[in-house]
Design a binder for this molecule. Structure first.
Ligand SMILES: [Zn+2]
Length: 54
């Protein structure tokens, strides 16, 4: 199982937070762009923001 992580800069303080991008488990929608969102809690300033990715 491969799980990728990205570093996302906090829009509030700019500190990079690690975000785990969960892979979809088999269900693929070929003709549908699915925008996934992750809730990110900044470990520096405590701000939480949503990070969206494809
Ligand atoms: Zn922050």
């Amino acid at each position: 199982m491969s799980q990728s992580a990205m570093s996302v800069g906090c829009p509030h303080c700019g500190t990079a937070s690690a975000v785990e991008l969960a892979t979809t488990d088999g269900a693929e929608h070929a003709n549908q762009e699915r925008l996934k969102g992750r809730r990110v809690d900044c470990q520096h300033c405590g701000d939480d923001f949503s990070f969206y990715y494809y």
